[in-house]
Write a protein that binds this ligand. Structure first.
Ligand code: PMV
Length: 353
């Protein structure tokens, strides 16, 4: 729909946003501390087709196998679809509704919308699946009204949208999913790219198989902060010290030394009750076989572990993977620093097809 001329356009918009890995500083970033974050080569792809309306209708379809139709704000699911999907769809729809209102898309007199979601990022794995969705959808909806929104605007609006899913989000995830690369993020200064060469190293990401809920993990940390303020302050000070050493390693190209700092950051997260037996087990496997260092990445309580390996430590890598396979755990090697948000738009003639 072209909002300026009030004529219908059959328009197809494709947006792609990368997932992310938090290398340092999850949770501490919520309280204003800096974090080190990177995009990864796993992507969330959103395709939105706008067509002339027959009715006010939105259809959502995902490669995970779920589907829903929304007419006059009423959600309808295909018969027999699993209930667990319905909760996900309700959350997605609340983000869609928020964005449509804030971006100014009025469905009543305009087009119907078909949203196809195709994600390579594991759901609930702490790898930025919900932020990549918010970023990619925000970009698609801005482009639908011919708004030349730049990445800064898309990023800040997607952070607002993500607040519907996680009220206390720091904004780190949407920032890295928008801009891509490797960099530092803090709440005051936003995202700033850092250049570093990780080419001699491999980042192994292991899915614990336990989906996590970011909001309840943030609540858990908040309770510790309120009930044990001195302990919390102490952990924050230790984190600050770790972060300074990380920056120094990056500056001096001592990437291998980051491993030990990952372990120390993990200890702080474990002290905040964010680890669990399966996460501890994965970290123990990686470190006992000779990884340079490992930690939870993301909110914890489940989700994923990130482990740093030297690419020439072939035997170490082989032994770790063998033990992970015995536990049937899923893993992949992430390339960090992939491109941020990308958008393509294709208008067709204004007649109904
Ligand atoms: O939702 P996750 O697992 O990607 O974790 C987000 C990181 C937190 O620091 C826990 C929250 C935030 O918004 O920064």
């Amino acid at each position: 729909m072209d909002s300026n001329t009030n004529t219908f356009k059959r328009r197809r918009i494709v947006t792609i946003a990368p997932g992310k890995v938090i290398l340092f500083g999850e949770h501490f970033v919520v309280y204003g501390y800096p974090s080190l974050i990177a995009s990864i080569d796993k992507f969330f792809n959103v395709k939105v087709n706008f067509s002339p309306p027959t009715v006010d209708e939105i259809t959502i379809e995902s490669n995970l196998g779920f589907k829903a139709t929304i007419q006059n704000s009423v959600l309808t699911f295909p018969l027999g679809q699993e209930d667990t999907y319905h909760e996900i769809i309700k959350k997605l729809y609340s983000v869609i509704k928020y964005l449509m209102t804030h971006i100014g898309i009025d469905m009543r007199s305009k087009s119907s919308m078909f949203i196809h979601l195709d994600s390579e990022i594991p759901l609930g794995g702490g790898l930025g699946s919900s932020s990549a969705f918010c970023v990619a959808l925000t970009a698609a909806l801005y482009h639908s009204i011919d708004n030349k929104a730049n990445k800064d605007k898309i990023c800040s609006e997607s952070i607002n949208a993500e607040k519907i899913l996680n009220r206390d989000t720091s904004g780190a995830d949407c920032s890295i999913c928008t801009f891509g690369g490797l960099g530092r993020f803090d709440r005051l200064n936003g995202f700033k790219k850092i250049s570093a060469d990780f080419s001699d190293y491999r980042l192994l990401i292991i899915d614990s198989g336990v989906a996590h809920d970011t909001f309840s993990m943030i609540e858990r940390v908040s309770e510790i902060k309120n009930n044990r303020p001195n302990d919390f302050k102490n952990l924050c000070n230790k984190y600050s010290n770790i972060y300074d050493q990380v920056l120094s390693c990056l500056e001096h190209r001592e990437i291998g030394n980051i491993g030990e700092l990952l372990n120390r950051n993990h200890e702080l997260l474990a002290n905040l009750s964010l680890s669990n037996p399966i996460l501890d087990k994965i970290i123990n496997i990686c470190n006992s076989e000779g990884s340079l260092g490992s930690k939870i990445t993301g909110a914890g309580g489940g989700g994923s572990v990130v482990s740093l390996l030297h690419k020439d430590d072939v035997l170490v890598i082989k032994n770790i993977l063998k033990r992970l396979d015995l536990l049937n755990l899923k893993y992949f090697f992430a390339k960090i620093g992939s491109k941020g948000l990308r958008t393509a738009c294709n208008d067709k003639p204004s007649k109904q097809i």
